[in-house]
Design a protein around this ligand. Structure first.
Ligand SMILES: Nc1ncnc2c1ncn2[C@@H]1O[C@H](COP(=O)(O)OP(=O)(O)OP(=O)(O)O)[C@@H](O)[C@H]1O
Ligand SMILES: [Mg+2]
Length: 424
């Protein structure tokens, strides 16, 4: 029997406006790795540890309904992604592509955080309880009259690429990057919806449904599933453009029109590029009408050349030369954001260093009467918060027994004074 299996509540809690879960045992089992591994729970009425009140609906996708919930336990808000498909066993739930992906991707600042998974075995319903975001990027631009500033868009795209870089480095690609799957809260971007992910190392051709048409890369449109992680970068280029001008870059009506729309803007690619697709697809007639392409600049007169260059690198028809996430992050265009990141990182590091120094007492090397090193720690925690300098000079060692920089400096000064005295 699986360690997570429990008896299950009679009615599905989501329909009762509550998600009731049995967390008692699981919380204990997982308390040490709770951050890393979400808790899988069966809903059970007698343990009302985690109950979520449904506040409203956040969104609806092809495969799920997303609800805003509040934890009764601590009043915190969450997004609860209730899957439309039903499942029979905990094993099935655990092996869900989205669950597996989120476990591997968490934690990362630009990836939506999975808090826990609720599985109601009676109804077969699965709900992924995630951190709650404010809106998706499509909602941000929908019906908007005033353009977003380039700096704002640049910041969003930088964060999105950071999330994707993390994914690609871990060895999975998203396959459905689009504004609806990129979430925003307090100017922070998080990538969501990992239901279509694939391993970078899996072998094409891929047969299943992938990416929304407008954001689909040429290799997805023109081959029998012979695409790779680079398809995500094409989609980033489309999002980047769309956010800057509030209009989709390639709004194809169907697959043929999608290819035509790409050629309208970028021009028909060379024979050399088209040949890369040809031998991977027998069904398509590759005699596309020659077009020179109006260029993406046409829609972006208000945007810097730097941004336009980045978009061109992302929507490179040739997947071999298309830029990777890692390369995108290191472009000169993003230098200011990179440096801001670095500064933030070093501030965080120095803060945590300081707090560790303050909180972690050093081991005492005080010797007892038998000349054994006493392991006794300073008894009062506030002792550790005192500046160690104070004791250092009196005893020759810090109060925690270790010489430190000030002590060494003092000694050096004393030696130097003596030396000068001798010389004179
Ligand atoms: N953590 C969250 N916080 C706030 N809103 C969310 C969250 N997760 C999802 N949403 C909203 O719900 C919508 C659907 O979620 P998601 O894309 O994960 O579902 P899906 O069924 O897999 O969708 P798709 O049709 O794109 O495959 C999102 O576009 C977003 O608006
Ligand atoms: Mg989605």
């Amino acid at each position: 029997m699986n360690k997570y299996s429990n008896s299950i509540s009679s009615n599905h809690p989501l329909h009762q406006k509550n998600i009731i879960t049995d967390n008692t045992k699981n919380e204990q089992k997982h308390s040490s790795d709770k951050k890393k591994t979400p808790v899988i729970v069966g809903s059970i009425n007698q343990f009302n540890i985690h109950t979520y009140r449904i506040i409203g609906k956040k969104g609806e996708g092809t495969f799920s309904e997303v609800l805003k919930c509040q934890s009764v336990k601590d009043g915190k808000y969450f997004a609860c992604k209730k899957m439309k498909q039903r499942y029979e066993t905990v094993e099935q739930v655990c092996s869900l592509r989205e669950v597996q992906a989120m476990k591997r991707l968490n934690p990362h600042i630009n990836i939506i955080e999975l808090h826990e998974i609720v599985f109601d075995r009676r109804s077969g319903t699965v709900a992924l309880v995630c951190e709650l975001m404010e809106m998706n990027l499509y909602e941000l631009i929908r019906g908007r009259r005033k353009l977003l500033s380039e700096l704002q868009v640049k910041n969003y795209m930088y964060q999105l690429v950071k999330g994707l870089n993390h994914m690609h480095q871990i060895g999975i690609f998203h396959r459905d990057v689009k504004p609806e799957n990129v979430l925003l809260k307090d100017e922070q971007i998080k990538l969501a919806d990992f239901g279509s992910v694939r391993s970078v190392y899996s072998k094409p051709p891929y047969t299943e449904y992938i990416s929304t048409r407008w954001y689909r890369a040429p290799e997805c449109l023109l081959t029998d599933g012979h695409y790779s992680f680079k398809m995500d970068m094409w989609s980033v280029g489309c999002c980047f453009h769309e956010l800057l001008c509030l209009h989709p870059l390639f709004p194809g009506q169907n697959e043929i029109d999608q290819v035509a729309k790409i050629h309208d803007v970028l021009g028909t690619p060379s024979k050399f590029i088209l040949d890369k697709f040809k031998h991977r697809n027998q069904a398509i007639d590759f005699n596309f009408p020659a077009k020179s392409g109006i260029g993406i600049e046409k829609y972006l007169p208000h945007v810097s050349q730097g941004a336009i260059d980045v978009i061109y690198k992302l929507v490179d028809y040739d997947f071999d030369t298309r830029i990777t996430a890692k390369q995108t992050l290191s472009l000169a265009y993003f230098r200011d954001l990179r440096e801001a990141d670095r500064r933030r990182q070093s501030r965080v590091e120095s803060k945590s260093r300081m707090s560790t120094e303050e909180v972690t007492p050093r081991k005492s090397t005080k010797r007892d009467e038998n000349n054994n090193i006493s392991k006794k720690q300073p008894s009062k925690p506030q002792d550790t918060a005192k500046p160690r300098i104070k004791d250092t000079f009196g005893s020759g060692k810090s109060q925690y027994g270790k010489t430190n920089a000030n002590y060494l400096l003092k000694q050096a000064q004393q030696r130097q004074t003596k030396l000068y005295q001798k010389v004179r």
